[in-house]
Design a protein around this ligand. Structure first.
Ligand code: TMP
Length: 392
């Protein structure tokens, strides 16, 4: 049974960057649920994949050094540990992972054709298609043995998880390994990072809930790693249950114990989280309004889907945050979805004149603080809402 625990208000599609904020855009009520049987946390309203992932999709994973480094590291690990003949990446975005492999060793699947074209041009076989059973049948016919499937920040974006894993088991070789990584529910709840929930993030997995889903497909997790990316993620290493050649690491049990101790299997934990988030909103609004009362200027750094979620939940407009800055070409000179706050192309000059910067990309805090050391040294302050609203 799905039980409701938090209402994040009326939200736009969080990656829908428009050139004029007056253009009518689709909005929906963003509510979060916990399933008492499967233990999965999900959003209640599902938007179709076609509306979210299309030829104008603005998010590019290779624009962040943190993500490039992370993909480089896992690519080396994949080659060294598993030495696969053929890798399939589901959700290859602009190729931040697959570009670490030789062209004949990897296939990408990326439904956003603007992104798929980037890797196609570099000579990587990339299917600009949604991940579904039909595509898995095509791949099975064409490629004899796919022995490693990797997917980062993608599977939680697909509504029908049964089809996702049925399609994976259709193409993965018997001794094959599936590696998936996604934001960790434990980190999300611990850090009050409610902005991990928006239309694209249909699910936020815990090891407890993922285990329940995999069970249905005779798959099991044999290792798990905590990552710093996306504000705290989990990387799951998965195999077929019948493959006894790979041992199960003690990390799996440790992570389950950690999550059970925190209460990720109980509705009450999420109910409490819901109450905390309402307070977090009040506090953030208070910080913003006090700064503005003193006529100090605030700008936003990183026009992320997460920032759009926070701004819409807290009903913040350009009277509070003058503009956002972002390095992504596809976002600049557009508006933060659902708001009248403009996004300007990143330039260090834009930082200098401000007193406060709201960290929209709080998950890149370290990288950003390093880059903006001059602003910090001259007394500039950052504002964040994670793990609780405060001025840094
Ligand atoms: P994400 O949090 O959804 O991964 O998106 C990160 C966004 O932040 C992306 O639009 C790029 C932007 N960004 C900058 O503008 N400057 C930076 O230094 C970093 C790290 C990210």
């Amino acid at each position: 049974m799905n039980k409701f625990f938090l209402n994040l208000g009326i939200q736009p599609l969080a990656n829908n960057y428009l050139p004029n904020f007056r253009i009518k855009q689709k909005k929906y009520n963003l509510k979060l649920n916990f399933n008492t049987k499967s233990k999965i946390v999900s959003i209640s309203k599902r938007i179709s994949s076609k509306e979210m992932f299309h030829s104008k999709y603005p998010y590019r994973s290779s624009l962040s050094k943190t993500m490039i480094d992370s993909f480089k590291k896992i690519s080396l690990e994949i080659s060294k540990k598993f030495n696969p003949d053929l890798i399939l990446e589901i959700g290859s975005n602009d190729g931040a992972l697959i570009c670490n492999f030789e062209q004949n060793k990897v296939i990408g699947v990326e439904p956003c054709s603007n992104l798929a074209q980037i890797t196609q041009k570099k000579g990587y076989k990339t299917y600009d298609k949604y991940w579904d059973y039909n595509l898995s049948k095509t791949l099975k016919k064409k490629f004899k043995k796919i022995d490693l499937i990797y997917s980062a920040n993608t599977l939680t974006h697909i509504s029908d998880l049964d089809e996702v894993f049925r399609s994976i088991t259709n193409v993965l070789s018997n001794s094959g390994v599936l590696i998936i990584e996604d934001p960790s529910l434990l980190e999300c709840i611990k850090n009050n990072a409610y902005d991990q929930f928006y239309n694209e993030h249909i699910y936020v997995f815990s090891i407890i809930s993922l285990k329940n889903i995999l069970n249905k497909f005779n798959l099991e997790i044999f290792d798990v790693k905590n990552l710093q990316t996306h504000g705290g993620s989990l990387r799951y290493y998965i195999k077929r249950k019948k493959n006894k050649k790979i041992n199960i690491s003690s990390n799996v049990k440790k992570q389950i114990i950690k999550e059970v101790k925190f209460g990720l299997d109980k509705f009450i934990t999420f109910k409490k989280f819901g109450k905390k988030i309402e307070k977090s909103r009040e506090k953030l609004i208070k910080i913003f309004t006090e700064i503005r009362k003193n006529n100090k200027k605030i700008i936003g750094y990183g026009a992320t889907a997460k920032a759009a979620t926070v701004m819409n939940y807290c009903k913040i407009n350009s009277n509070i945050i003058s503009f956002f800055i972002d390095t992504t070409k596809e976002k600049t000179n557009k508006y933060l979805p659902g708001t009248n706050i403009k996004i300007l192309k990143y330039h260090s000059k834009l930082i200098k004149k401000n007193d406060y910067i709201f960290l929209g990309a709080w998950n890149f805090k370290k990288e950003i603080f390093k880059k903006e050391i001059k602003f910090i040294r001259r007394g500039g302050k950052f504002i964040t809402h994670v793990p609780y609203p405060r001025i840094i």
